[in-house]
Design a protein around this ligand. Sequence first.
Ligand code: SF4
Ligand code: SF4
Length: 305
Amino acid sequence: MRTVLFPGDTGYKSYVRVIRGLRKYTKSMDPRHIGKLLGIKNFLYVVYKINNYCNLNCEFCNYACDIPISKDSSHPCRRKKEEISVEEATLFCERFKKVSIPEIQWTGGEPTMLPTGKFNAVIDIFNFYGKDVGILTNGYNLLNIDKDVLKKFKSIYFDDHVINREHIDRCIEYLKGFYRGLVMIWTTPFHYDFHETMKHDSNKGKSCSRWMTEIKVDDYVVYPCCTMPAMMILDKSTRLREELEHSGWTLRNENLIETMINYRKTLPGYVIDQCLNNCWMPNYDAGRTRVKITLKSKDIIFKKL
Ligand code: SF4
Ligand code: SF4
């Protein structure tokens, strides 16, 4: 097991450097590499949001898990539990069958909260199609996942929000005995107050370095940046999702790969405008307010309040 630590909230940049280093060889050798097909030099990975619920309720959760799921929610994206289906996973793998992806990173919510049977079935589908999968977790339910199932993941990324360090320590001990993949521990003690940075001067829009480098799949829809689904939460609107669906950025489109390759023509203007005007993550060092992540009474962790 190789373990890499990224202490402090400056970890993201180092993390990106390591990921790029690890992916470089594959990228230069494989003409079907998704970054080459898209003409994006710095392509990192595909992020797959496999559920929208979590055991923690971090301040300004990037995935809005701090906003309760309720059918009456004023946030259209928080009205129901969402999770990947076997059918959706199969469709994803079919669409990307002939495309080489450096890694598909499962995220949530908290991916280990997926029901065990479904968790096992979905990783088997990705493995069957020869896709490399990593999982980003706060460690919550990892100890209850079978060792043979965990071995099917190429990488395990722990996100230490300080309140869940005990989960992670226990997981590392558990993994030491059998796991041979890459383990990264990324520390995120703060989140940014993203409300204050929408329409921030430093927003670089399409010249942002994240543009098309971290493609995100969420409930059949393909987003050109992993930050975008959360922008709908702030906007209290699902228009971004609908515009992408209507423009063919969905697993349901049998010509999805061509649509993505022609992204300059196929991405709707609304999506590009949102990126330019409403992104809450325009620049990590933009002098924004950092909010410490704290333990809540409803968080489910080992350590008690
Ligand atoms: S652990 Fe991650 S997904 Fe869960 S609430 Fe915190 S930031 Fe959100
Ligand atoms: S949504 Fe935000 S982070 Fe993503 S490419 Fe656009 S400006 Fe950059």
